[in-house]
Design a protein around this ligand. Structure first.
Ligand SMILES: O=C(O)CCC(=O)C(=O)O
Length: 418
């Protein structure tokens, strides 16, 4: 294999090791404590828990400026808030029409600076999608927690609240990256509250139970439902909020409901209300069917499905848009998977199964090795993978098989000298 390609593959390999992605920023000992707090829903403060040599790389000011400059981030992806009120987007940006009649929003920088100087907070949603080091770290955390994570950036300059006192329907990890911010934590509204719960009583707590000024490198874990607000202290502050969506029983039931459409007894009409005997029978039968369904569609299968949905799209052009991707010499190509979790791979009844982005891919047992080699997230030479595929399949069909996986977005092609 060519030396450059080998080097590139080695670099890619270190980039794709999950623990490495997280250990670069949080030590294993600190992560263990954070993990315990998340598991037990225990509000916790972790001072100085971010590695001082690296955490600023999660969102340097220059990279943030580049993100805002180079993307057309319109509301609500990027928004300004002051004292709990959103500042109308057209107060700091203008709609423009391109020669092709496309309308787009352009920021008026002078107005933006003015609002920020006046105490507005700037919020960018899902910022991990826009910055690779942050995305890598987020993927690492997702793999450790087996839960999906979305990151928002909050920037403030004045001792003015962005949001008023509120609670979130998901857990949050707050990482203070630049400057300081003062946090006020209040009690809970309800145990395990969720946004869509119509039975949630809103009793806004009056007095805070905890307050602290977060300094650079500090981390705070707020379980869902805890009221909080934050204020900067008249100096630039940037924190990243990692929103963690936990799985709850109603998620399992919603998934179960989708599975139950496959079964006749769950599609069957409920008798009319004057058919008392039939109604009784129906009640008895459906109870049995529900118990049976819970045994068939287990919590474990649901969790595997949810894990497979934790998938971040990755675009692989020019390769994935070509019907025939590989041209000789084949030793210039390398392959890696876009599925980060090897637990999505399984063998059942002698056949291989790959759960990918909520879909299920069945393949013959003879390809199992191929997938299990790929699923460790390393980068592999195409030639090595061709050799792992069954000997009786000819080269052309092996290449077509690999091509079909690239077309599905399951694996990606890398090429030296691209
Ligand atoms: O910085 C703020 O004003 C509030 C931030 C917040 O609520 C959060 O990060 O979850």
């Amino acid at each position: 294999m060519q030396q450059h390609l080998k080097k590139m593959m080695e670099n890619a390999l270190t980039e794709h090791e999950t623990p490495h992605r997280v250990n670069r920023y949080i030590s294993e000992a600190d992560w263990d404590k954070i993990y315990e707090a998340i598991k037990t829903h225990e509000f916790s403060f972790f001072p100085n828990s971010l590695n001082p040599n690296s955490y600023k790389n999660l969102m340097p000011w220059e990279s943030l400026n580049k993100i805002i400059t180079e993307h057309r981030l319109c509301s609500p992806r990027m928004r300004l808030f002051k004292n709990g009120e959103s500042i109308p987007e057209n107060d700091y940006s203008v709609s423009k029409i391109s020669p092709g009649n496309t309308v787009f929003i352009d920021i008026l920088v002078e107005r933006l600076y003015y609002y920020l100087r006046e105490g507005a907070s700037l919020i960018i949603d899902a910022i991990e999608e826009l910055y690779q080091p942050l995305k890598d770290f987020t993927i690492g955390l997702e793999n450790l927690l087996n839960l999906p994570i979305k990151v928002n950036a909050y920037l403030s300059w004045k001792d003015v609240r962005g949001f008023e006192k509120h609670w979130d329907g998901h857990d949050v990890l707050i990482l203070q990256i630049h400057g300081k911010k003062k946090w006020f934590i209040y009690g809970k509204t309800q145990k395990y509250p969720v946004y869509m719960n119509p039975h949630c009583e809103i009793n806004v707590p009056e007095k805070h139970i905890w307050d602290k000024t977060l300094e650079e490198g500090d981390l705070l874990y707020i379980p869902r439902g805890m009221w909080h607000h934050a204020e900067a202290i008249n100096e630039p502050s940037l924190h990243l909020t990692f929103g963690i969506k936990r799985n709850i029983a109603t998620d399992y039931i919603n998934w179960l409901q989708e599975q139950l459409f496959k079964k006749e007894e769950f599609r069957k009409d409920i008798p009319f209300s004057d058919e008392i005997i039939k109604l009784d029978e129906y009640q008895r039968d459906i109870k049995k069917s529900i118990i049976h369904a819970l045994e068939e569609y287990t919590l474990e299968s649901f969790l595997i499905y949810k894990r497979s949905k934790i998938h971040r799209k990755s675009i692989n052009l020019p390769f994935a848009a070509q019907s025939l991707i590989f041209k000789k010499p084949l030793n210039e190509y390398a392959i890696k998977t876009t599925c980060y979790n090897s637990s999505n791979l399984d063998i059942k009844n002698g056949n291989g199964i790959l759960k990918f982005n909520g879909k299920v891919l069945h393949f013959s047992k003879s390809c199992y090795n191929f997938f299990s080699v790929l699923s460790n997230n390393e980068v592999h030479s195409l030639e090595k993978l061709l050799n792992i595929l069954p000997k009786k399949t000819n080269q052309e069909n092996k290449l077509l098989f690999i091509t079909s996986l690239v077309h599905k977005g399951i694996i990606e092609v890398l090429k030296y000298n691209n």
